[in-house]
Design a protein. Structure first.
Length: 266
């Protein structure tokens, strides 16, 4: 698959962003910030890759967005809603609009591939029907379409624990897209995979994001993958943003600032 084609400049008014973060701060221990008053705007299309060393707050940033981690301060503006201030039903409804792909897949191992994908509709199906696996026919058809898109149609009735790591991540992506999200988050989606499979997973995420018009925010350790597939790169160091720009503009000097020193550079 070729590298992502980036949109041409246009004189038309800029579209509304997918997400705006203003002054986001997170402290797990009082007075010890993991995120230091971060402000970022995410475009409503393309792939944004968040890079940086371990422990710099990349996963915390992703998980604050969908409130798997509670922010200490700041705003997370999603289509006019401040996610940081939502609770109860309002938060559940907002989360339905945000898909999540996990590093360790988070599949229900004893369920089939099809059942795992259909679980992406749990927020839209009555609890009793979901428990009885009685999903609407349109959801079943959509799940088969997604399984075809991720190359797993023939595995629909296999248990998730019979799959390889790359196949499990494909199921995780299909489940997230099954939500019909307006934003897709991915927490280190390639870190457990070999280099070839990592490229395939990134190609798949780009293809689904483009075909379904879903903006994607992911954190990733692999800088070459970020440069190859992202349309926007955020570089973090010690809980702060030190780079916010295009893949083409990411220089070795920026990488030294992000990761510290230069011994790791080839």
């Amino acid at each position: 698959m070729s590298e992502t084609t980036r949109p041409a400049d246009s004189s038309a008014a800029a579209p509304a962003p997918a997400l705006e973060i203003r002054g986001l701060r997170k402290e797990y221990r009082r007075g010890v910030p993991v995120l230091r008053d971060i402000s970022i705007t995410f475009a409503n299309r393309g792939i944004t890759a968040v890079i940086g060393p371990s422990g710099t707050g990349k996963s915390t940033l992703i998980r604050c967005i969908n409130r798997l981690v509670e922010p200490t301060a700041g705003k997370i503006l999603f289509h006019g809603l401040d996610l940081a201030r939502l609770h109860g039903k309002a938060l559940r409804e907002a989360r339905r609009r945000i898909g999540m792909v996990f590093q360790e897949y988070n599949l229900v191992e004893r369920l089939t591939v099809m059942e795992n994908v259909l679980s992406g509709r749990l927020g839209y199906v009555a609890p009793l029907k979901a428990w009885l696996r009685r999903y609407p026919q349109r959801d079943i058809e959509a799940a088969f379409e997604l399984l075809d898109a991720v190359g797993l149609t023939e595995y629909a009735n296999q248990r998730a624990d019979a799959l390889s790591g790359g196949q499990r991540q494909r199921v995780g992506i299909a489940r997230a897209v099954m939500q019909q999200p307006e934003l897709l988050l991915a927490d280190e989606p390639t870190s457990s995979l070999d280099p070839k499979t990592s490229v395939e997973i990134m190609e798949l995420m780009v293809a689904l994001a483009e075909s379904r018009h879903i903006p994607v925010i992911l954190n990733i350790h692999n800088v070459p993958l970020a440069r190859r597939f992202a349309t926007h790169i955020i570089g973090m160091s010690d809980g702060s943003i030190v780079y916010d720009g295009s893949p083409e503009g990411l220089s070795d000097d920026h990488l030294k600032q992000i990761y510290g020193g230069e011994n790791w550079l080839e």
